[in-house]
Design a protein around this ligand. Structure first.
Ligand SMILES: Cc1ncc(COP(=O)(O)O)c(C=O)c1O
Length: 390
């Protein structure tokens, strides 16, 4: 029988679990035996390990990355009437958190090379109501913050970093999360440091912010049945904290493997007519995602899918055009052209530490095959007389 190529999923969490099964089961069993499921030593230990890892004074574990953003906004008292600038190419939660504290997200376009928030464009969006700005270290690549920091100082804005995808990324010797600014992490299962359920954290250096975040995540409660402020229930649970402590030991090794995979992809696509990400030598990019940009993205996605290769799109619709933000009145095209173009051209290829070189080879060969055929088809339609392709 003629066997087709092996299926390569976009993400494979099962093989990572198999590689650390004993440690994970052991950690979970210890939590179960302790009878302490919310708060307590597992959470405190992880918070200490994570703040030490990123180089911040504090890490406050919360229920998700979305909650981390919401609580960070609340910690600096963002409220109704305030505006917060966010990039249009990000996961919905970056903007949703702003809406959920009653403020208005204002969408900025992104840089066509890094896909990060375009600082010059963001500055044009500042009004007397603007209070904060949320840069996203998108796909795991650390955003250079100097220009944004200057903008923030000029206009007295607070920066809250969305580091949901940037665990272990570092720039100029400082890990994302260790800048002293409020920085929000997600530990959603598919992240480079992922829990086995929802989880998140905020890191910061300011004792007042840390204290307020601890209150906000736990009903505003400094002691049982004492409620100093109105908060919510968004605590990191002990099982997830124990899982995260076990996985944190592997994070840099996993990130190094992702970087190695990115180098292999980049070498194979060197002469291809697609845009590929820069592959820095250090830890500037943790390659949470390996995102290419191709003109015939939808056809390429289908072509890969038909050959057993999973891909993702991060993200298929720029945030200003999502139905949820229709009421903000952005025109259906043209207001944020880079984000709009990216939404129809970007494609995330399989990327996880457990990928093998032969799998990367297989993915890249199929991509190159598609590009060759697409190029030949263009020549045909342009009347160059090349035989019909299948
Ligand atoms: C950039 C970004 N921000 C925020 C979030 C929200 O995190 P969570 O899913 O843990 O709520 C995510 C996660 O998907 C994300 O990728």
């Amino acid at each position: 029988m003629n066997e087709g190529p092996a299926t390569i999923p976009f993400l494979d969490l099962k093989s990572q679990f198999e590689s650390i099964r004993t440690e994970i089961l052991d950690a979970v069993e210890r939590v179960l035996a302790s009878g302490q499921f919310v708060g307590g030593e597992w959470v405190e230990r992880f918070e200490e390990q994570f703040s030490h890892f990123v180089g911040s004074r504090y890490a406050i574990g919360v229920g998700s990355g979305t909650a981390a953003l919401e609580l960070a906004l609340k910690a600096i008292c963002i409220e109704a009437g305030d505006e917060v600038i966010v990039p249009a190419n990000s996961f919905f939660a970056t903007a949703e958190a702003v809406s959920n504290v009653g403020a208005r997200p204002v969408f900025a376009d992104v840089d066509p090379m890094t896909f990060h928030l375009d600082v010059a464009r963001a500055e044009r969006l500042v009004t007397p109501r603007t209070r904060a700005i949320i840069p996203v270290h998108l796909y795991g690549r650390a955003m250079h913050m100097a220009a944004l920091q200057e903008l923030a100082e000029r206009h007295r804005l607070t920066i809250i970093e969305d580091a949901a995808q940037a665990h272990g990324t570092e720039l100029d010797g400082i890990r994302v999360g260790g800048s002293g600014r409020l920085t929000c992490f997600s530990f959603y299962p598919g992240k480079n440091l992922g829990a086995y359920g929802d989880a998140g954290a905020v890191t910061c250096d300011d004792a007042g912010h840390a204290e307020r975040l601890r209150l906000l995540r736990d009903h505003g409660s400094p002691a049982k049945y004492v409620h100093a402020i109105v908060g919510t229930n968004s605590r990191l649970d002990a099982i997830q904290a124990a899982v995260l402590s076990a996985k944190l030991r592997y994070l840099q090794d996993w990130n190094a493997r992702r970087l190695q995979h990115a180098k292999v992809y980049a070498a194979r696509f060197r002469n291809a007519c697609i845009q590929i990400p820069d592959v820095p030598t250090g830890r500037e990019h943790n390659f949470h995602l390996f995102v290419i940009r191709a003109k015939n993205r939808d056809a390429l996605k289908l072509y890969l899918q038909a050959r057993g290769i999973g891909t993702g799109i991060h993200y298929p619709q720029p945030l200003h055009l999502t139905p949820a933000y229709q009421e903000l009145g952005y025109p259906s095209r043209g207001s944020l052209p880079v984000s709009e173009a990216l939404a129809s051209e970007i494609l995330s290829l399989p990327m996880y530490p457990e990928l093998t070189d032969s799998q990367i080879k297989q993915v890249s060969e199929v991509v190159l095959q598609f590009l060759d055929q697409a190029e030949a088809k263009e020549l045909v339609s342009a009347g160059h007389g090349i035989a019909q392709l299948n």
